[in-house]
Write a protein that binds this ligand. Structure first.
Ligand code: 5GP
Length: 186
């Protein structure tokens, strides 16, 4: 059976990272670790959360065609390393947790990719979660909230959208979407 390229997106603070962690606990998935030029947040580990690289290193990798997709937002680059994804796809379903621009680029390059958007139960709750996270300045939180509308406006271009109200339910729904799509992939 061929393996799936699963792209999970959603606005900042929607809880997609937690959903992805739960999926990884189930086994059988490989998570793509992205490269970024943004600074490391407390608790983040190089090579686990991201590969933290300089702008020069990132731009050199762009020039070599080393990214499956990349995008720049909040003044930083984020990109999916092509070789890692291709290698992991030989043995696992691969999850990419990336923004909408990157997701739509992946879909253009690989129409068989499964795009899942994680939605908040409501925008106010999302704002509360983002503020509770407490890792960002107010200005950064405001720019992430402004980005939310843009991300949500792309929902209809995704194959599926899942509301993250109750975590366990959202994870179960995503698993059943994946299972159904595994059956149909050629
Ligand atoms: P954060 O800085 O909060 O970790 O991530 C900011 C945004 O960048 C999130 O929407 C996240 O999904 C996105 N992102 C993370 N890695 C990648 C990537 O490799 N490519 C793209 N296009 N977006 C990414």
């Amino acid at each position: 059976m061929k393996n799936l390229l699963i792209v999970i997106s959603g606005p900042s603070g929607v809880g997609k990272g937690t959903i992805v962690k739960e999926l990884l606990k189930k086994g059988g998935y490989a998570l793509s670790v992205s490269c970024t030029t943004r600074g490391r947040r407390e608790g983040e580990e190089d090579g686990v959360s991201y590969f933290f690289v300089s702008r020069e290193e990132f731009e050199a990798k762009i020039a070599e065609g080393g990214f499956l997709e990349y995008s720049e937002h909040f003044g930083n680059y984020y990109g999916t390393p092509r070789s890692f994804v291709e290698k992991q796809l030989q043995t696992h379903d691969v999850i990419l947790e990336i923004d909408v621009d990157g997701a739509l680029d992946v879909k253009r390059a690989r129409p068989e990719a499964l795009l899942i958007m994680v939605l908040p139960p409501d925008r106010e709750e999302l704002k509360a979660r983002l503020v509770r996270r407490g890792t960002e300045s107010e200005e950064k939180i405001a720019s992430r909230l402004a980005r939310t509308d843009y991300e949500l406006s792309k929902t209809e271009l995704y194959d599926y959208s899942v509301v993250n109200g109750v975590l366990g339910d959202a994870v179960a729904e995503i698993e059943s979407i994946i299972k159904a799509n595994k059956k149909t992939i050629k």
